[in-house]
Every structure is written in structure tokens, then in C-alpha cells.
Design a protein around this ligand. Structure first.
Ligand code: TRP
Ligand code: ZN
Length: 500
């Protein structure tokens, strides 16, 4: 389907272009995808977003969402046209104040043609006015907008944004956010970061949320429903905001007994990963029937089903570990998912050891032994699992086995220096599996190519646990930075953080 609207200014701009043919020649449309081989159409080329301002209104009875997205970005090429990823109905687009032509194409592209071409390096302000019923929209035949009896939830991976705001939908383009949502009085709107203020008029309550650290599009969440909101501060000084649907029924106690431990667990994880990277922490448990949790930045999404068997602090540890491994340090491409899941699962192993429920070594031996060599489990390479196996259990469990293998190869001192140094090295940025290997080699002074190949890339069961690691004991790489230096940097930084 290709709908096209011509803004009044567009024709004038076209004739202007004719007047300057020499420079116009270099202008071209931004790519419709950011270049991720797993998801070729996700994200876009030609610009880099720094901030999203979403001012919305949502009616739970009808699932109608309406409002304005104001996007601050900068062009990265001479740009004649660019895309946003979006599914709702757009009524107007402005670029730097002037009405722009727009059209839809592909599965989720909103093509925007500004009234004048944009030279490389230009700051741009894009205003998109829109409305729609997100639950009626799909791309690739599915929807990740989750309706609840009292509202809806946007939380999914690797895609959730198209259903509620226009974006450059890929973790490579992180940005800060102001999310302001008006909902009928008596209903709450939950999003990331800190609740700056609420106001009420004409029967609508507006919630103003702010995320002042860079955030990936899929980690930006919105939940509307009837919530009980709790606030506290962790012993380490991290403000915690949690929200529980008022309709959790039998799951209410177990959900609170897990998620109310967020502050304690953030502080505990800080001992391994360094200072918590954001100015707020917490989670929310909406009235959904889906069966997963998601590491939405600062405000983790938990399905009530996750607490059907009682409290689940280990799950909270997993999602909070992602705040360092996945959220502050995001992957470069979706093939790098081990950077997220291998370490979040390993954090659960550390918690298990802390709780006296099995050491990391025991868990590694157990996982290794419980999958025979002909188990398809071993055919998934966590270091590049393919889009179809991106969230296979092997990415988590074999992924954590790989982390344990690194630990046994480099020794505990270097390992814990790496575990804490990595989130600091790449804070608020993006990194790949290859970057992690290079970092671990630099800090430990040990070559880890065979180890990474064995545990993350070979489609077969490694011959033995522990034994295949002998090679790692040899040859220090040139000029290693010692773990002692890293430790010193880390503790100096923690000191600064505490002083703030
Ligand atoms: N990243 C999530 C976690 O580790 C799991 C997950 C994978 C997920 N794909 C998802 C959650 C899709 C929601 C939707 O907890
Ligand atoms: Zn995870």
C-alpha cells in the first residue's frame, strides 16, 4: 500500500531544487533500514535522534491513542527524504516548522519528504501528529500492543514502538525521552524514568515521565491501567517506583514479594556491575496474560504469570541485571544478543550462589551435563544465533556457560574486574560480542579466541567443561591493562558516585 499526501510547500521546494541542481545532486533518501542483517527494515538511515517528546492521550475503553511526537535529530547525510517506523494514522508532519509531505510504504515505514532538502549535519525537529487504535494495526502479521481489561501495555522485543510512537526503531539510535500521557481520572499511565509531575483537568489525568539517559526504542514502555504505585529509596540511594495492577488477584502477594525487593537487588547487583546507571529503578505488573518479563529501562515489565508459582526474586535479578547489560550498554546488532541474555542469566547464577541454591560452577556443570551432545540445544550459537533463534534457551543457558568459561579461564580477580569494568567502558552506548572479547582479552591479558569460538560460535557441544580452556592460560596479549588498575578505577568512580 502506498498512500501519498503532498504538502503545500513541497511543490515550491521542488522548484527551488531545480534552481540549485549542482548541490541537489548529492541529496538522496535515507535508507529504509539501519542495516541490521537480522531485521533489514528495522530502524532507518540518514539521521540520528537525540530526543523524543511524546504528548499523548489514551482512552482505555476504545483503545484510541492520539497526540504529537516531537523528535529532535541530526542529519547524517545530505538528505532528500527520510523514514520513521510507525503504524498509526498520521495527519500532519512538520520538519523544522514547515509542513512536509508524507507517505507510507513497506511494513512500517513512514516516508517524510521535507519541503527543502536537508544538508548533512543539520539539526532537525520533526513533529508528527497522529491518532489510531493500536490493536488494529499489524506488521509482518503480528501485533505486540497488549490490551488489558483496564488499558494496554507496550513492551516487547525486538519491536514495540511502531504501535505507539514514530521512531528510528533500532537500539543503535538511542535517545532521551519525555513521555506525557493523559488518561481518564482513576487510571494511571506508567513509563520509564522519573515521574516529573501529574495534573488533572476535564476528567483526564496527565502523567509526565522523563528518561534523561539514552534509551533504546524497544526499552521505552507505556502501560495504562488501574495501578497501585509504590515509592521508596534503596539503601544505596536509588529511587524506586513500582506499580501493580489493582486486579492481580491471587498473584498480588507473590508479585509484590518479588518486585518490592528491587531496591535491595539493585544495590546487590551494584556490587558486581558498578554503580546503577540510571536515576530511578522499579517495575510494573499489569493485568496481562502474556508470560514474559522485559527489561524496559528503569521500569521493568513483569507478567503476573511469572509469579504463579510464588515469589521470583531470581527473575527480578535477571531483569535488573539487564539495566547494566542490555540497557545502559546496548547491543550493536541483534546478533549480539548474548551481551544481554548471557549476562542476565549469569547474574541469576550469582544470586543462586548467594542464596545457597547452587554455585555458578555447579549450575554450569549441571547445564552442561543436562544437554546430551545430540540435543539441538548445542546447534544454536549464542554468539550469532540467527533471528529465528534469538531468544532460544541456548542464548541464555549456553550463554551463561560461556560467561563461566571466561571466568574459569581468566581467574576470579580478572573476571570480576571485567564484569564491573564493561558497563563503565560502554556506559549509555552500544557494543558487540567482538567488543566484549577484545575487552576481556585486554583486561585479563589472555587470548580468548578459541574459548569464544568454542562456547559461543560452534554449533556443537564443547568436548569438555574446563578442559578445553587450557589454551587460555598461555600468551598474554600485548600490554594488558591489569585488573588491579581496573579495580582502582572502579572504586574511585564508586566513590565519586556516592559523593554526588
Ligand atoms: N529479554 C527478555 C528477558 O530476558 C525476554 C524476551 C525475549 C522478551 N523476547 C521477548 C520479552 C519478547 C518480551 C517480548 O527477560
Ligand atoms: Zn533477559
Amino acid at each position: 500500500m502506498h498512500r501519498r499526501f503532498i504538502a503545500p510547500g513541497a511543490l515550491a521546494a521542488a522548484s527551488l531544487l531545480l534552481a540549485v541542481p549542482a548541490s541537489a545532486a548529492s541529496y538522496s533518501p535515507g535508507a529504509p533500514g539501519i542495516g541490521d542483517p537480522y531485521y533489514p527494515a528495522y530502524g532507518n538511515g540518514g539521521y540520528d535522534v537525540s530526543h523524543y517528546d511524546l504528548r499523548l492521550k489514551y482512552q482505555p475503553q476504545t483503545d484510541e491513542l492520539a497526540g504529537t511526537a516531537t523528535i529532535l535529530a541530526r542529519t547524517t547525510q545530505d538528505l532528500s527524504r527520510f523514514d520513521l517506523d510507525f503504524l498509526l494514522d498520521v495527519s500532519e508532519v512538520r520538519v523544522n516548522g514547515a509542513k512536509a509531505a508524507f507517505a507510507t510504504s513497506g511494513q512500517h515505514e513512514l516516508e517524510i519528504t521535507p519541503s527543502a532538502p536537508l544538508p548533512k549535519g543539520t539539526p532537525i525537529t520533526v513533529v508528527v501528529r497522529y491518532s489510531g487504535v493500536p490493536s488494529t494495526k499489524s506488521a509482518y502479521g503480528f501485533s505486540t500492543w497488549h490490551r488489558t481489561p483496564d488499558g494496554a501495555v507496550a513492551a516487547d522485543e525486538p519491536e514495540a514502538a511502531w504501535w505507539w510512537y514514530p521512531s528510528n526503531d533500532h537500539p543503535l539510535d538511542k535517545a532521551t525521552y519525555d513521555v506525557s500521557v493523559a488518561v481518564p481520572d482513576g487510571t494511571q499511565a506508567i513509563s520509564n524514568g522519573t515521574l516529573q509531575s501529574t495534573s488533572s483537568q476535564l476528567g483526564w489525568t496527565r502523567y509526565n515521565w522523563r528518561q534523561e539517559k539514552p534509551q533504546a526504542t524497544y526499552l521505552t514502555t507505556l502501560a495504562v491501567g488501574r495501578f497501585d504505585i509504590t515509592t521508596s529509596t534503596s539503601e544505596g540511594g536509588v529511587p524506586v517506583v513500582n506499580a501493580y495492577s489493582k486486579d492481580l488477584g491471587d498473584q498480588d502477594g507473590a508479585a509484590r514479594a518479588s518486585v518490592e525487593r528491587t531496591g535491595e537487588l539493585v544495590d546487590w547487583l551494584s556490587g558486581y556491575f558498578g554503580p546503577y546507571p540510571f536515576s530511578s529503578a522499579g517495575g510494573y505488573v499489569p493485568d496481562t496474560t502474556t508470560g514474559y518479563a522485559l527489561e524496559t529501562q528503569t521500569r521493568v515489565y513483569y507478567s503476573p504469570r511469572q509469579f504463579a508459582g510464588g515469589s521470583n526474586a531470581s527473575l527480578v535479578v535477571h531483569e535488573l541485571a539487564h539495566q547494566w547489560y542490555g540497557d545502559s550498554v546496548s547491543l550493536k546488532g541483534w546478533k549480539d544478543i548474548w551481551i544481554n541474555e548471557g549476562f542476565a542469566r549469569y547474574a541469576q547464577w550469582l544470586w543462586s550462589e548467594h542464596e545457597g541454591e547452587g554455585t555458578t560452577r555447579e549450575l554450569a556443570d549441571y547445564v552442561y551435563a543436562s544437554h546430551p551432545a545430540d540435543d539441538p540445544f548445542w546447534t544454536v550459537a549464542p554468539g550469532d544465533p540467527g533471528a529465528d533463534h534469538q531468544f532460544d534457551s541456548a542464548v541464555y543457558d549456553r550463554g551463561a556457560l560461556a560467561v563461566q568459561a571466561v571466568r574459569e579461564a581468566v581467574g576470579d580477580d580478572a573476571f570480576f574486574a571485567i564484569l564491573k569494568g564493561w558497563p563503565r567502558e560502554h556506559a549509555y552506548g552500544n557494543a558487540s560480542v567482538a567488543d566484549f572479547r577484545a575487552y576481556a582479552e585486554r583486561i585479563s591479558g589472555k587470548p580468548l579466541d578459541t574459548l569464544f569460538d568454542t562456547w559461543l560460535f560452534q554449533p556443537q557441544k564443547p568436548a569438555a567443561r574446563g578442559a578445553s580452556l587450557a589454551e587460555a592460560a598461555a600468551d598474554p596479549v600485548a600490554q594488558p591493562r591489569s585488573w588491579r588498575q581496573i579495580e582502582a578505577t572502579n572504586s574511585a568512580h564508586e566513590h565519586e558516585e556516592r559523593a554526588k
